[in-house]
Ligand binder design. Structure first.
Ligand SMILES: [Zn+2]
Ligand SMILES: [Zn+2]
Length: 375
């Protein structure tokens, strides 16, 4: 007589793995973070059949995947950057069954459309943070804490030296700098990466001071985000033939790499600034060769990372993307079961090659510093 118990006991048909004890919900594959129960990868850095994407930055959303899944808000930028891809979308709060995994995309507050990815298999919940920040920026859907058993967290700015000012204070400093330059008849050149940071700064600017101009790379992203309804102030692309005299005192938003290029020379002697979390490090600020450094980041700062990790209730925490060794040690001291995931995420808080903070805080520098979202 065949009972269910008897058939399960047959060695030729092993019982499916039982969570939480039998196998991890996610494993770390050379191609990316992998979920066996759902047979998909999260932000893979090599081509795979099925990729779940946290957000559109180039180190997370790469070309060559068979099929993509992202939030509906991230989708236009994904298409803009990756072209004609097979892309399915999911809304914040929606739950999708993929094979044996229940998947959802809670907001990450990093850039518009950015998400964490929550994966539940047999009652065990793992969350991949993607890039995130815990304070609202006025444009991105604010970060939400998600309870989980295991949390894979970025820690780009995982050192106590990184503490961000409130956004209103940064906005005041930024507008005061611009107003002073405009009063002196100078242009203000502001370096910021083109997806997220540029729009966040635009949102903080006071358009009554003077006109706002943009580099083509920034304006291309502005157009995509404006089309989907994001509230951005009016901006003018710096194109050939633009009458710069008619835009005296303008603030110009450009990728950081453009600030010292031939492109920037047309603005004559201008005041230059870069907006990045790395501006918190004096050595980098000095070597950027800009007049000002505004400490503005779309990643969590030290208190933000610690608050976020605590809020998940997770005991197991994997860190990636930043000062991983130091941050892992810190978490272990706090009683967490902590590990490091080696990834290929470069970080879009770009600074020029040679500016890496390795000589400032040597042992735990970011894995990579020269790539990312310079486009
Ligand atoms: Zn990012
Ligand atoms: Zn990243």
């Amino acid at each position: 007589m065949t009972t269910p118990q008897a058939s399960e006991a047959r060695p030729s048909r092993p019982a499916p793995p039982r969570y939480p004890s039998d196998m991890p919900v996610l494993t770390f594959d050379p191609r990316g973070i992998y979920c066996e129960a759902g047979d998909f990868f999260i932000d893979p850095w090599r081509p795979v059949p099925r990729a779940l994407i946290t957000h559109g930055h180039s180190d997370h959303a790469r070309s060559g995947m068979g099929a993509y899944l992202s939030t509906d808000i991230a989708a236009p930028v994904m298409r803009h950057r990756l072209g004609d891809i097979s892309l399915d979308t999911i809304r914040y709060g929606e739950v999708r069954q993929i094979g044996g995994a229940k998947v959802s995309f809670p907001p990450a507050g990093h850039v518009p459309g950015s998400a964490q990815i929550r994966i539940e298999v047999g009652g065990e919940v793992w969350v991949v943070s993607g890039d995130y920040k815990t304070t609202p920026d006025g444009l991105s859907t604010p970060w939400e804490p998600v309870r989980c058993h295991a949390f894979i967290s970025e820690c780009t700015f995982g050192l106590p030296v990184f503490r961000w000012q409130p956004q209103e204070e940064i906005a005041q400093d930024l507008n005061a700098w611009w107003a002073r330059n405009a009063a002196d008849g100078r242009f203000s050149l502001l370096g910021a990466y083109s997806l997220g940071k540029a729009q966040r700064l635009l949102h903080m600017l006071d358009p009554s001071i003077a006109p706002i101009l943009t580099h083509g790379a920034v304006e291309a992203t502005n157009e995509v985000l404006r089309d989907q309804g994001l509230p951005l102030p009016p901006t003018t692309r710096v194109a050939a033939g633009l009458d710069l005299k008619a835009h005296a005192g303008a603030l110009v938003v450009a990728p950081p790499s453009a600030l010292h290029s031939a492109w920037a020379r047309k603005f004559g002697p201008a005041s230059t600034a870069v907006a990045s979390g790395w501006m918190a490090l004096r050595g980098i600020r000095r070597r950027r060769g800009t007049d000002r450094g505004f400490v503005v980041s779309d990643h969590a700062d030290w208190p933000g990372l610690n608050d976020a990790i605590r809020a998940t209730g997770a005991h197991k925490v994997f860190v990636t993307h930043g000062y991983t060794a130091a941050f892992r040690r810190w978490l272990e001291d706090q009683g967490y079961d902590a590990g490091i995931v080696a990834t290929d995420y470069a970080g879009e808080e770009v600074f020029a090659e040679g500016d890496a903070p390795t000589d400032i805080i040597d042992e735990d520098a970011p894995e990579s510093t020269a790539q990312g979202d310079a486009a």
